[in-house]
Design a protein around this ligand. Structure first.
Ligand SMILES: [Mg+2]
Length: 258
């Protein structure tokens, strides 16, 4: 299981793996620096649907990781790539300002006029701290007007960590509300645990599955994604897990293994 001879690229989850709130996790900067010096390709992958890769790069740089923007993938950027690949040109967006700005910057019409709701080809659900009854009602109305409209989630995270172990409701909270009201299941989930972001990365960087190692702190998101894609995954956790889950108590251990 600890056979890493084929590994060329390490893909790090961010929240809870490389940083928590505005602090780098212990030994995270040292470990990433070490791996880069050893010649590994390093990538940064997050379910965050409120920040662009450029904004995430700025945060990573500020914490000492020195990340190339082309090596950062967020569920915001991946959602836009997915919509383009599906030739979806108009969406109703349940999400925050940056997601809407980036959709528009990429030529995707963001429908918000009540009169135009039926023209939406998809309802895209990202993390939205202004989630409202009106947005859920708009989504519901869209599916009543247009049964071909797709329901797409940036991710299914129920919650996300802020400082001091406190968590707040995540994208999955809005997803659940809309699915429940509309009696409809998501047609597609862009972020983890779906493997889409790994598919994009391996294609763009011409890396095979057996050359990738995903490192994360969440079993049902990070490790589930690695398993679904068919690449190796390492869970950072001090809890006991099934023997099939490669688990390390601290990111620092990677420096001994790689
Ligand atoms: Mg995490």
């Amino acid at each position: 299981m600890n056979d890493f001879k084929n590994i060329k690229a390490i893909i790090f989850d961010l929240d809870g793996t490389l940083y928590s709130g505005n602090h780098a996790m212990p030994y995270a900067v040292e470990t990433v620096t070490y791996l880069k010096q050893k010649g590994y390709e390093v990538f940064y992958l997050t379910n965050n649907s409120t920040r662009t890769p450029a904004q995430i790069k700025t945060k990573l740089d500020g914490l000492g990781f020195s990340a190339g923007v082309e090596r950062v993938c967020s569920s915001l950027s991946a959602s836009i790539t997915y919509l383009k690949h599906q030739n979806i040109q108009s969406v109703y967006c349940v999400g925050m300002k940056e997601l809407i700005i980036q959709l528009q910057a990429n030529g995707i019409t963001v429908v918000n006029d009540t009169d135009a709701l039926a023209s939406a080809q998809a309802v895209l659900v990202g993390m939205d701290s202004d989630l409202s009854y009106k947005k859920i009602a708009d989504a519901y109305l869209i599916f009543q007007l247009n049964d071909k409209c797709k329901l797409i989630a940036c991710n299914l995270d129920r919650s996300y960590p802020v400082e001091n172990g406190v968590r707040l409701p995540g994208c999955g909270a809005g997803v659940a509300a809309i699915e429940n009201a509309c009696e409809k299941k998501m047609d597609y989930i862009v972020g983890k645990p779906n493997a889409y972001m790994l598919e994009l990365l391996s294609e763009e960087w011409r890396l095979n599955k057996d050359e990738l190692l995903l490192v994360g702190d969440t079993l049902d998101s990070d490790i589930a994604m690695a398993n679904s894609f068919g690449c190796k995954g390492v869970l950072i956790s001090d809890k006991k897990h099934a023997d099939s889950v490669l688990t390390i108590p601290s990111i620092e251990i990677l420096q001994k293994w790689l």
